[in-house]
Design a protein around this ligand. Sequence first.
Ligand SMILES: [Zn+2]
Length: 168
Amino acid sequence: MAILSKDQIISIESSAQDVLLSVFGNIDSVELPIKISEILEKYNFNLQKGKFKDDSVVGIYDKQNSTIYVNVDDPYPRQVFTVAHELGHYFLHADKHQEIYYRKELTKLDGENPPQESEANWFAASLLMPKKLILKYWELTQDIEKLAQIFGVSPSAVYFRLKNLQLI
Ligand SMILES: [Zn+2]
């Protein structure tokens, strides 16, 4: 993962928080897991599930058509993370001229992960695991598997979120 600066991280965390506030009104009492479908609806996104010709692709964001495509064969928590990642491109990279974003499996990426991808990953994690709430549940349970269930993400997504927040 490319290293993001402290300022970038603060700005990404606050973008994700603004999106949650705009859809759910209140972060403290938001129902978990975060209902990504309500975010898609609010911002007029289409979600399409299917199979990609290139099987290293896990998600695509087509900016012009406001459409996000995910791999139907992926486990559900990963589909949700991919959707949140593509939303990251929408909310963070509106000024970029790129029209189509492809998300590939990390293991199949060539070389260094481009910064935009790291930013979208950070956004996805903070959207699905809001900082305040992950801190709260981590203090309560200290259990990655349990957090994965509560937040509807994979245990590895929880692990990286905790690690990035320097809680583990
Ligand atoms: Zn991406």
